[in-house]
Design a binder for this molecule. Structure first.
Ligand code: AMP
Length: 295
């Protein structure tokens, strides 16, 4: 069984002793719970490179804007602890809101050129909330390494920059997106999808393969590719709206002509569920273009 902590002070003491007396390294996997195989991949990476792995489970109210799904976000601590037990996680940190925010934080964090674009444009305050909770958790856990999924690519870039700008002594490790056998990126929010919506949601992954084919055939103009992706996704019956399709370099700067290593990023409403996904151009080649196989 992992050791369960709900109080900041208790976890701090535990980590301090482990680091000072045991000389242990600490790997940290921050999550909002309702764990799936994507989180499992992060945990496995941490276990492979650290003596102690800490998983936090906390649905952070600060990163949800008014009218978003904070209230209905899935929560099941018992189930999450079982998954952590299977993965031999050492410590689970599951604080209450009162423990994390006895007062509403007044701190606001923005990172020029990174937090106002893409997700930031559609979710005002989101990345400020993410940065606040990540900094707070880092101050509590004091990890040697922290693991973030490429599934939330912009979040990964924001956290990398946060750590760099503030000289935080934690190494940020990026973990590739885990998809199901049909290509749908795993997400706790997939739970919201009806079977028909799930079928339409596969269009996100398939649009990446379509883009790869177009690129292979010499179409490298970003505007053309973005239009083809959007048109393809919108053809699917349960797709309500495309918030954005963007193609950028690895540092999230928009590009005109795409090349290997660039990223396609998108956010799409399927029914009442907002899904995000992204793709590294060139990955279909790596995977032999086998749709839904081998990952
Ligand atoms: P969440 O619980 O959704 O806030 O995610 C916690 C961490 O798991 C974040 O770093 C996510 O990027 C990562 N994550 C979520 N889904 C996936 C996935 N399908 N593959 C890889 N990492 C993921």
């Amino acid at each position: 069984m992992p050791k369960l902590f709900t109080k900041i002070r208790d976890l701090r003491n535990y980590i301090k002793t482990a680091k000072q007396d045991g000389g242990y390294t600490v790997g940290f996997v921050p999550t909002m719970g309702y764990l799936h195989d994507g989180h499992r991949r992060l945990i496995k990476s941490s276990k492979a490179h650290n003596d102690i792995t800490v998983v936090s489970i906390y649905v952070n109210p600060l990163q949800f804007a008014e009218g978003e799904d904070y209230e209905r976000y899935p929560r099941d601590l018992e189930r999450d602890i079982s998954l952590c037990e299977e993965e031999l996680v050492d410590v689970v940190f599951a604080p209450s809101d009162e423990e994390m925010y006895p007062e509403r934080p007044l701190l606001r964090i923005s990172i020029e050129g990174l937090t106002e674009v893409l997700e930031g444009q559609f979710r005002p305050g989101h990345f400020s909330g993410v940065c606040t909770v990540v900094l707070k958790l880092f101050n509590i856990v004091n990890p040697n390494r922290a693991y973030f999924g490429e599934k939330d690519y912009q979040q990964l870039k924001v956290v990398e920059r946060l750590v760099k700008d503030l000289s935080i002594p934690t190494e940020i490790v990026a973990v590739p997106t885990v998809r199901d056998e049909e290509g749908l990126a795993l997400s706790s929010r997939n739970l919201y999808l009806s079977p028909e919506e799930r079928r339409s949601a596969l269009s996100l992954y398939r649009s990446f393969l379509l883009a790869e084919t177009l690129i292979k055939n010499g179409n490298t103009e970003a505007s053309l590719l973005k239009k083809a992706i959007e048109d393809f996704i919108l053809k699917h019956p349960k797709v309500r709206k495309v918030d954005y399709v963007e193609i950028t370099d690895p540092e999230l700067r928009p590009v005109q002509q795409v090349k290997e290593g660039d990223r396609i990023l998108l956010a799409v409403w399927v029914g009442n569920t907002r899904l995000i996904d992204n793709w590294r151009i060139g990955d279909a080649k790596v995977r032999g273009h086998t749709q839904g196989r081998g990952f």
